[in-house]
Design a protein around this ligand. Sequence first.
Ligand code: PHE
Length: 338
Amino acid sequence: MEFNEDIEKQFFEKIKNIKDLSELKKIEIEYLGKKGIVQELYKKIKDLPEEKRKEFGEKVNNLRNIIESSIESTKAQLESSLADLKLSSEKIDVTLPGLHFQRGSIHVLTKVIEEVKSIFVSMGFDVFSGPDIEDDYYNFEALNIPEHHPARDMQDTFYLAQKILLRTQTSPMQIRIMKKLKPPIRMIAIGRCYRRDALDSSHSPQFHQVEGLVVDKGISFANLKATLSEFSKKMFGENTRIRFTPSYFPFVEPGSETSISCVICGGKGCPVCKYTGFLEMGGSGMVHPNVLRNVGIDPDEFQGFAFGWGIERIAMVKYGIPDIRYFYQNDLRFLKQF
Ligand code: PHE
């Protein structure tokens, strides 16, 4: 085979239209491979007459250099356009709207519980919490509600064993704390309570209460009134007034139902307060001497007051929530409002 200028021409013809690296590889093998065109040309050298060998060899060297460098540059071109293609297909449009995370928020009951706590803490109260599963003794017996007492009727509950029950009120915390601490005592306890109540707009078999207890020398009903009045002003607004109506709870004497002036009409009467001007919040009264005796405190030396208000009730009045069931349904349209 003579050296032929056409080899170079053909090579450039082929490489001109190359589209991808695998095609290029084929051409590289065809020309530069062990059995490729260039190698074949080198093999020819030994068959040439002495005087032509040098010139022929130089031509082949030259051809090989041209082919090598043009394959290299074509390869670089293909690679960079591939990279461009990749980049343009993967580019990020920073103006597109992002993915939104659903941000949670504090449940309204938790929020109210925290607010109740901080108001009472500001008045010097300690905060305690006790068990949801109670002993009959703490929930009833020690609170002056013996077995067969009719007051138990209103507080039927879920029994886990014979005298082990889900507490119907936070009042057992009065007993637990008085048994543990010596007066002066100034505490609140907030937590879940359970009763055999059907679920409707104002009842739930599970709800929350805040219990308050103060025991010291010379405590009177005036202290109870001042405390709840102060709390109500801070919770519901400066103009809130408080009303006590005689009521019966076996563990207080005297006992009362406690109401606040209606947050909507201020006491004039409106549909929210059913034209009474007041909204009931819970029970309160002076700790019964029998209860003090049950925990070993001398009622002639110490007196106390106690109250138990509904957390849901406080939240409903404060935020104008018409139905207790909203608290437990986990409906985001409701929860997002707080
Ligand atoms: N524990 C009572 C109830 O749940 C409320 C109450 C508490 C009444 C403290 C008086 C004193 O009905």
